[in-house]
Design a protein around this ligand. Structure first.
Ligand code: SAM
Length: 370
């Protein structure tokens, strides 16, 4: 195989080369990978880091994903759903702060009452955030799980902002055996990987910027799995990537399987971010809350490895502790001062600045739109 410096100067990599880049651990090698990913980000995406105000609108969930603390079978969780007024207040706060977009996330529900509630929320946000400076209103990223094409279309129409319409649906892992293991309960598979791929195609058809991602460091996940995940991101032609480390959840059903040790998990996650940036140059890549949970300041590290999106949590304080996807989730006990701190810290990264009052759409999506 070529030397690392030759590899990093390439624009295409074999699976073997990708695997090697993901496996780097020596400080000077890791630094070379990080520096290359950072400069590719600057060249292709510019200096802006975009903020999406994250609103965790409900922890009600009909699914039983084994890794997740808000899974249906976890009866320890106090369930909540924010009212339309509460969600609108969060959206207006994001708008006031100059965040170009919000991200609306919840457990998975498919009943008509829920679908209509989301429609109403989206219409209200659109009506309240259109002004001269924002003719399209706030950008919206939805993360509400697998739905039908018809539902995706209804929500797209309600959002009223085709320029800033996005959906994040992680595949969690592209290895079908691992995916099944993560989503099985005795007697049935909760989820089917093929359905997720279909949902991602439906999202594209319905006009969304399509986001996906995986968890890194899952029990039994190999580097070859991550290489395959990268190929799958390319096949999906993802506009956005949201991925982070797998962290044990005592509300989940995988505690006995453990999790990777801190240092190797952190480096593997950062390497995966960097290699994703190299192969999907024009994608928006988010620095996940799970990365911050694993390592305080982890999101800032993620930015130096190629992330260009951060999702500050703007959910009302009252319900944050009930959206505990994994143990010790970062940001549940802190107020808005934590968001001001990360905003200041982003501006302090040499070569990076906050991208405010703009939608910050993925370059891949813009290029596809012509
Ligand atoms: N229900 C929607 C869905 O399934 O796409 C959105 C909410 S779901 C809780 C959001 C993401 O949280 C999942 O895609 C998963 O990758 C992540 N997540 C859940 N449990 C996790 C864990 N234990 N460690 C790391 N990430 C986790």
């Amino acid at each position: 195989m070529s030397t690392l410096s030759t590899l990093l100067a390439q624009t295409q990599w074999t699976d073997e080369e990708r695997r090697y880049l993901l496996s780097l651990t020596k400080p000077e090698d890791v630094e070379a990978l990080r520096a290359r990913a950072f400069s590719v980000t600057t060249e292709t995406m510019g200096p802006n880091v975009y903020l999406r105000g994250l609103i965790e609108i409900s922890n009600l969930c009909t699914a039983n994903c084994r890794y997740c603390g808000i899974r249906k079978s976890n009866h320890e969780v106090e369930r909540y759903t924010l009212s339309q007024d509460q969600i609108l207040a969060c959206a207006l706060e994001a708008h006031r702060l100059g965040y170009g977009s919000i991200a609306i996330q919840a457990g998975e529900r498919r009943d008509e009452k829920w679908v209509r509630f989301i429609e109403d929320v989206l219409k209200a946000i659109h009506a309240a955030t259109q002004d001269e400076a924002h003719p399209h209103g706030l950008g919206i990223t939805l993360s509400l799980g697998e739905q039908t094409l018809e539902v995706y279309e209804r929500w797209a129409a309600a959002a009223g902002n085709p320029e800033g319409l996005r959906y994040l649906l992680r595949i969690e892992s592209s290895n079908p055996t691992l995916f099944n293991a993560l989503h099985s309960t005795p007697g049935k598979y909760e989820k089917v990987l093929e359905h997720r791929y279909r949902a991602l195609q439906d999202l594209r058809r319905a006009g969304y910027q399509v986001g996906t991602g995986v968890m890194i460091g899952l029990p039994n996940q190999t580097l070859d799995d991550l290489v395959h995940d990268l190929r799958t991101f390319e096949t999906i032609d993802a506009d956005m990537i949201g991925m982070g480390p797998y962290i044990t959840s005592h509300g989940g059903d995988m505690v006995e399987e453990g999790m990777m040790a801190h240092d190797p998990l952190l480096q593997r996650t950062l390497n995966m971010i960097a290699v994703t940036r190299l192969v999907l140059t024009g994608a928006n890549i988010a620095a996940a809350t799970a990365l911050e949970t694993l390592e305080p300041g982890g999101r800032l590290k993620g930015i130096t490895y190629g992330c260009n999106v951060v999702m500050p949590n703007i959910t009302p304080q009252l319900t944050r502790t009930s959206y505990q996807l994994y143990d010790n989730k970062s940001g549940t006990e802190v107020g808005s001062e934590a968001n001001r701190a990360i905003e200041a810290a982003i501006n302090a990264i040499p070569g990076r600045q906050l991208g405010l009052f703009t939608l910050g759409s993925a370059k891949r999506w813009c290029a596809r739109q012509g």
